[in-house]
Design a protein around this ligand. Structure first.
Ligand SMILES: N[C@@H](CCC(=O)N[C@@H](CS)C(=O)NCC(=O)O)C(=O)O
Length: 213
C-alpha cells in the first residue's frame, strides 16, 4: 500500500489526499509534521518538507510531482486535462496555487496557527494585515478572472481547482474568508470546490484530525 508522509492540514498534503481519494487508491498516512529536525524523515525528503509519497520502491516529494506521478501511473479518473493548451494552463494554475497563493493565503495560517500552536511564537499581525490588505487583492483580482462562475476550470474537477483553493482552506482556519462582495466568482468557486463530495470528505476528516471540528 502507498504511504503518504505529511500532516493533515497542510495545503500540499491535502492536494495529494484528494488525488488519492479521487483515484480510489488506498494509502496509509504517516502524520509527519513540517519544520521538523527528524533525521529519519530527512532521508525521505532532504528538504524536510511535506508531503512525500512512497509507492513500492519509489519515493517522491513535492505535491505537484506526486500528483503528476499518480496521474501517469494511475490514469483512472483524470486529474489533468489532455489537450496541450489546457494542460499548460492547468500546470500554471497549480504552480500559482503552490507558490504565491500559498505564500499569502497559507501565510495567514502560518502566522495565526502554526506560529502559536507549533512553533511557540507570537503571530506577526502586521504581516497578516499586509497580506490581507495589500498583497492578496492583486492575486484575487487575477483569480477572479481565471475561474468559472459555475462548475470547475476544465469542466470536470481537476488538480488545478484543488491547488487554487487549498491555501484558502488554511486561511479560513485562521479566520480569513475571501470577500464575496469584492470577488464573488472566486468566493463561490472556493465554496464549490470545498463542497465536491471527495474534497468535503477529506476536509471533514482533516478538521477532526486537527481538532477543528
Ligand atoms: N512545493 C512543495 C511545498 C511543500 C511545503 O512547503 N510544505 C510545507 C508544509 S505546508 C513544509 O513542509 N514546510 C516546512 C519547511 O518549509 O521546512 C509541495 O508542493 O509539496
Amino acid at each position: 500500500m502507498m504511504v503518504l508522509h505529511g500532516a493533515s492540514g497542510s495545503p500540499f498534503v491535502r492536494k495529494v489526499q484528494v488525488a488519492l481519494a479521487i483515484k480510489a487508491l488506498p494509502f496509509e498516512q504517516v502524520q509527519q509534521m513540517p519544520f521538523t529536525r527528524d533525521e529519519e524523515y530527512r532521508k525521505i525528503n532532504p528538504l524536510g518538507k511535506i508531503p512525500a509519497l512512497q509507492d513500492g520502491e519509489l519515493t517522491i516529494c513535492d505535491s505537484t510531482v506526486i500528483c503528476e506521478y499518480l496521474e501517469d501511473a494511475y490514469p483512472q479518473v483524470p486529474l489533468y486535462p489532455a489537450e496541450s493548451a489546457d494542460k499548460a494552463k492547468a500546470r500554471w494554475l497549480e504552480e500559482l496555487g503552490g507558490s504565491r497563493v500559498a505564500e499569502l493565503a497559507a501565510g495567514i495560517f502560518f502566522q495565526r496557527f502554526m506560529r502559536p500552536m507549533v512553533l511557540q511564537q507570537e503571530p506577526d499581525e502586521e504581516l497578516v494585515a499586509k497580506i490581507i490588505d495589500k498583497q492578496l487583492p492583486t492575486i484575487l483580482d487575477y483569480l477572479e478572472a481565471q475561474v468559472p462562475a459555475q462548475g470547475f476550470i476544465f469542466g470536470e474537477f481537476m488538480m488545478a481547482d484543488m491547488s487554487l483553493i487549498s491555501p484558502f482552506v488554511n486561511a479560513a482556519y485562521a479566520g480569513y474568508e475571501v470577500d464575496a462582495q469584492r470577488w464573488p466568482v472566486f468566493a463561490s468557486f472556493i465554496a464549490r470546490v470545498k463542497a465536491h463530495p471527495v474534497v468535503s470528505e477529506v476536509l471533514t476528516a482533516e478538521a477532526a484530525a486537527m481538532g477543528m471540528s
